[in-house]
Every structure is written in structure tokens, then in C-alpha cells.
Design a protein around this ligand. Structure first.
Ligand SMILES: [Fe+2]
Length: 274
């Protein structure tokens, strides 16, 4: 097993994913822009999953499964966009559940271990749920992988959002979600909800500033120390704060987020002994 999870077991999964994505290309071989973005996002979430797995010291098989779950977590985005032309789950379908459906239908032969495939399906199905809406009572090994993929996904979205805002004010956002205005003003109630610790949902947001506040709030939801460390190393919170207006309420929100700690006592419990 290689240290970043790219080993013999991972290669066929990566190849399958490429051919799956090819189904959504047009006659000219190009993907629609939003799906090109999701393809690149998937590869980066795989990288982030490997980074977290390495930080947690996971053994090779577990690290490869984490990388595969990161790569495949948004499999449902492709059918979602092809069928509905939207990435807003509330107006189309639950793309986590859809990803599970797609993978159950098409990817089962890639996994020799049914238990590992089941854990990956669980991570895909629930990766997009609000933290407070996650099912309780998942088997610990399933839960551990799910939490890792959620962290890896959030790291990439945070990174992409901040980089795009810094580069050009995130002009590309309106390709993804045309209903969101590129304004740096917060919509009524957004700051208050974030200050209460509520997890904001895209369907309730109207401006780029709202989205930045939503994404800043994810910092407190990062589960594992290596993910928290990566977010700190990349300066996510301070960089987001610089892109938002002067406001004592925002200052207070960001300083309280910076003081949150990785989920206390959260340990990765993988199927590492089997
Ligand atoms: Fe997703």
C-alpha cells in the first residue's frame, strides 16, 4: 500500500469513476462546466481524505478506502445535474442518497469486501447531511469513515470558496447557483442564526456573504484534528473574515469559531484489524 492511499486496490476505482463521468460528456467530449467542477472537486476530496488518513495514521487498506470514499462521495451530483440541471438538493434530489443508488447499481464489483463497500456507501449517503441530522447509532467503523469524508469535503469547499472570492469575487458561483447574488452584504437573520450555532443550508442563503458565513461555521464541525489543522494552516477563518464587511457581530462570530476545538474525544475507529 502506498502512503497516500493510491495502491492496487484504488486504481480500478479511479478508472471506473473516470468512465462513469465520461457518460456525462457531450458529443464534443466536454463535460458541462458545473460537472467539470465536480470532477475536479472529487479528485481534491480524495486528496484531502488521504491527507486526513495520513494524519490519523490509518493503515494502508483503511487509507485506500478513505481515498475511494472521497473520490466517489459526489457520484450523485452527475445524475442530479443531468436530470435536474441543479445542485440544490431541496429543489431536485438528495445527492448523497442518489450517489449511494448509483454506486450500488454500478460499483459493487469493484469491492471485494462487502463490509468495506457498505461503509463507503454509508459515507456517500450521509456526507451532505447537516451535522444535527446525521443518523445516530451507526456502527463506529461506518461513522468514522463518514466523518472523515465530511471533513475532506468541507476542506475543499472552504478552500475553493476562499480562493475564488480572493481571485475574482467568485464570479463562477452563479454558474453553480444562479440564485445567489455576488453581494458582500448579509441577508437578514443569517448572522444571528450562525451566532446561535445553527448549521445554515444553501436553500436559505441569498448572497455570497451568506455563503461565506455558512462556510466559516463549518470550521466548528470539523471532526478530526488533522482536518482542523489543515484548515488552520490554510488560514481559512482569517481569510474569510477579510472578505466580509466591518461588523462587530461578525468579529464576535469569527473569534468564537476560532476558539472551537476539534470534536473532543473523537477517535477514528476503522475496521483496521480485519
Ligand atoms: Fe456532496
Amino acid at each position: 500500500m502506498s502512503e497516500n492511499g493510491r495502491d492496487g486496490a484504488y486504481a480500478p476505482i479511479e478508472a471506473w469513476f473516470r468512465s462513469y463521468v465520461d457518460e456525462f460528456r457531450g458529443a464534443d467530449g466536454a463535460l458541462p462546466g458545473p460537472l467539470e467542477f465536480k470532477l475536479a472537486h472529487s479528485a481534491r476530496v480524495a486528496e484531502n481524505s488521504s491527507l486526513i488518513a495520513a494524519g490519523l495514521g490509518l493503515p494502508g487498506g483503511e487509507a485506500a478506502l478513505a481515498r475511494a470514499a472521497g473520490l466517489l462521495h459526489d457520484a450523485g451530483r452527475f445524475t442530479q445535474y443531468a436530470g435536474h440541471g441543479s445542485f440544490i438538493d431541496a429543489r431536485s434530489l438528495d445527492h448523497g442518497l442518489e450517489g449511494r443508488r448509483v454506486l450500488e447499481e454500478k460499483a459493487r464489483p469493484l469491492f471485494s469486501c462487502g463490509a468495506a463497500f457498505g461503509r463507503l456507501l454509508c459515507a456517500v449517503q450521509y456526507h451532505n447531511r447537516k451535522a444535527e441530522d446525521l443518523p445516530s447509532g451507526l456502527p463506529p467503523a461506518d461513522n468514522s469513515l463518514l466523518l472523515l469524508v465530511r471533513d475532506a469535503d468541507k476542506l475543499d469547499i472552504m478552500n475553493g470558496l476562499i480562493g475564488s472570492v480572493e481571485t475574482d469575487g467568485f464570479k463562477g458561483l452563479q454558474v453553480m447557483v444562479p440564485d445567489i447574488a455576488l453581494s458582500r452584504e448579509l441577508s437578514p437573520g443569517v448572522l444571528e442564526a450562525a451566532a446561535r450555532g445553527e448549521t445554515l443550508a444553501l436553500k436559505d442563503l441569498h448572497t455570497l456573504a451568506d455563503i461565506m458565513v455558512m462556510v466559516a461555521g463549518w470550521f466548528k464541525d470539523l471532526n478530526y484534528t488533522p482536518a482542523r489543522q489543515a484548515a488552520s494552516d490554510r488560514g481559512f477563518l482569517s481569510r474569510l473574515r477579510r472578505q466580509l464587511p466591518e461588523s462587530q457581530g461578525l468579529d464576535a462570530l469569527f473569534s468564537s469559531l476560532a476558539k472551537t476545538e476539534a470534536q473532543p474525544g473523537r477517535k477514528y475507529i476503522g475496521d483496521v484489524d480485519s
